[in-house]
Design a protein around this ligand. Structure first.
Ligand SMILES: [Cu+2]
Length: 160
C-alpha cells in the first residue's frame, strides 16, 4: 500500500533560521550570509524622505528618518510621516500596522513593530523594524485614519 507523501518544503518555513539557499531568486540568494543587492531590481533606493502614495490614493507615506540609514540587517527605527494625498495635511491619530516580509522566502519576522505617535503632527516612530536576514524585504505599512485605510510597501535590500 502506498501513501502519498506531500513535501511542503519551504511552506513550512515560517520563522527564523531555515531559509536555505540555492533558490536562485532575485539577486542570487545563497547561504543567507550575504545577498547581491546590485542584481536585485525589486527594491527601492533608500533616500531620507522617500515617499510613496498609498495604493488606495488616499494617504501618502514618507520616511522622514531611518536609523540606520540606509536600512540594515537587524533592528531598524523609522520615522513615518503620514499625510493626506489630496490635501497634504498631516494625518495624526492613525491606526498603523507595519509588516516586514521576505517575498523570496515567504516569511516575516517574529518581532512585532511598535508604532508610537511622535510630537510632530502626522509623525510616528516605527520600531523595531526587524530585518534579520540578508535579501529583499518588503515592509508594508497599513494606516487607518478618519474612516479611510491605505497602505504602501517599502522594499529595501539588505546585503549582509
Ligand atoms: Cu529569508
Amino acid at each position: 500500500m502506498r501513501f502519498p507523501i506531500v513535501t511542503l518544503g519551504l511552506g513550512l518555513v515560517t520563522s527564523l533560521g531555515a531559509c536555505s539557499g540555492g533558490d536562485g531568486h532575485g539577486g542570487g540568494h545563497d547561504s543567507g550570509a550575504s545577498y547581491n543587492c546590485a542584481a536585485e531590481d525589486g527594491d527601492d533606493e533608500f533616500v531620507v524622505g522617500i515617499s510613496k502614495p498609498g495604493q488606495g490614493g488616499k494617504l501618502t507615506f514618507t520616511l522622514r528618518a531611518a536609523v540606520p540609514a540606509p536600512p540594515a540587517r537587524g533592528d531598524n527605527t523609522w520615522t513615518l510621516e503620514l499625510s493626506s494625498t489630496t490635501s497634504s495635511a498631516a494625518v495624526s491619530g492613525a491606526q498603523i500596522a507595519v509588516t516586514p516580509f521576505m517575498p523570496d522566502h515567504q516569511h516575516g519576522t517574529p518581532i512585532s513593530v511598535v508604532v508610537e505617535p511622535m510630537v510632530d503632527a502626522g509623525t510616528y516612530e516605527l520600531s523595531p523594524v526587524n530585518l534579520w536576514m540578508p535579501g529583499l524585504w518588503q515592509t508594508t505599512i497599513e494606516a487607518s485614519a478618519n474612516g479611510e485605510t491605505d497602505k504602501a510597501v517599502f522594499a529595501f535590500c539588505i546585503a549582509s
